[in-house]
Design a binder for this molecule. Structure first.
Ligand SMILES: C[S@@+](CC[C@H](N)C(=O)[O-])C[C@H]1O[C@@H](n2cnc3c(N)ncnc32)[C@H](O)[C@@H]1O
Length: 225
C-alpha cells in the first residue's frame, strides 16, 4: 500500500525534522529532499519564487532578455522558472546541495551551476558581473548567513539589482532583524539604495510544530550604486 507523501502533515514533519541540524547535516537533508522538494513546497503554498520574480520584474529597468542573473541558493530552479516567465533567459546557479543542483540542471535553464557552502566558502563568481542577483528561501536561520549579503552586492554590476527574501516567523525573528540592520547599514555606506521592501502576510504555510496557519515574509529589492 503506498502512502501519500504530499499531505500537509507529512511535509510539516519532513521540514520540522531539519530544524536542529548542523550546516553539513542540512545539506544532506536537502540532498535527500531534492526529488520531492517541488511537490512538497507546493503543499506549503510556498509562493516566494513567484513573489520575488514579480517584484523584481516590476522594478527592473534593463533588458531582461540580455540580463545575466545569479540565482543564489537556487535549489531545484523554481526562481529561474518564474523569472523566465518574465523574459529573463540567462542564469547562473549556486547551491550547497548536490542533490538540489542535479535537479536544477535538469531544468536546462542554467548556463552554469556551482556547488558552494555559503558562509564557509566565498561566493564562487566574478565580482561586478551580474545584472541581477537573487536569493529566495536561502536567507534564514540555519541556512545562508546574513554576512553573505555583502558578497551578493559585490557580485552585482553597478546599477544591478539584488533581490532577497526572508521569513518572519517566530524562529526567524532575530535573523530578520540582523538582516534588516545590515541592509540599512549597507545603504548608509553608499553600497546600494533601497528600491522596494514588500511585507507579505501569507508567505507560506507554517512548517514548524510551534506555528499554525500562514507565516509572514518579505521581499527586499536593492540597486547597487
Ligand atoms: C528553501 S530552499 C530555496 C531554494 C530555491 N531558491 C527556492 O526558492 O525554491 C533553500 C536552499 O538553500 C540551500 N542552502 C541552504 N544553506 C546554504 C548554504 N549555507 N550555502 C549554500 N546553499 C545553502 C539549500 O541547499 C536549498 O537548496
Amino acid at each position: 500500500m503506498s502512502t501519500d507523501t504530499n499531505t500537509y502533515e507529512h511535509v510539516r514533519a519532513v521540514v520540522s525534522s531539519a530544524h536542529l541540524l548542523s550546516a553539513s547535516e542540512k545539506m544532506e537533508f536537502y540532498n535527500n529532499w531534492a526529488e520531492n522538494y517541488d511537490q512538497h513546497v507546493a503543499v506549503l503554498d510556498y509562493n516566494a519564487p513567484r513573489l520575488a520574480a514579480t517584484g523584481l520584474s516590476t522594478h527592473f529597468t534593463g533588458d531582461s532578455e540580455a540580463a545575466l542573473v545569479l540565482d543564489v541558493a537556487c535549489g531545484t530552479g523554481l526562481v529561474a522558472k518564474q523569472l523566465k516567465e518574465h523574459g529573463f533567459k540567462h542564469f547562473v546557479g549556486i547551491d550547497g546541495s548536490k542533490g538540489m543542483l542535479d535537479l536544477a540542471k535538469k531544468t536546462d535553464l542554467y548556463q552554469d551551476l556551482k556547488q558552494c557552502m555559503l558562509g564557509k566558502e566565498p561566493l564562487p563568481v566574478q565580482w561586478g558581473l551580474f545584472d541581477v542577483v537573487v536569493i529566495v528561501g536561502g536567507l534564514s536561520v540555519g541556512h545562508v548567513p546574513v554576512t553573505v549579503v555583502r558578497e551578493l552586492c559585490k557580485a552585482a554590476k553597478p546599477g544591478g539589482y539584488i533581490c532577497m527574501t526572508t521569513r518572519h516567523n517566530k524562529g526567524n525573528l532575530v535573523f530578520k532583524m540582523d538582516l534588516e540592520l545590515l541592509l540599512k547599514q549597507m545603504e548608509e555606506e553608499g553600497l546600494w539604495s533601497c528600491v522596494k521592501i514588500t511585507q507579505v502576510k501569507e508567505w507560506e504555510r507554517a512548517a514548524s510544530e510551534e506555528e499554525e496557519g500562514y507565516i509572514p515574509g518579505a521581499v527586499y529589492i536593492y540597486r547597487k550604486l
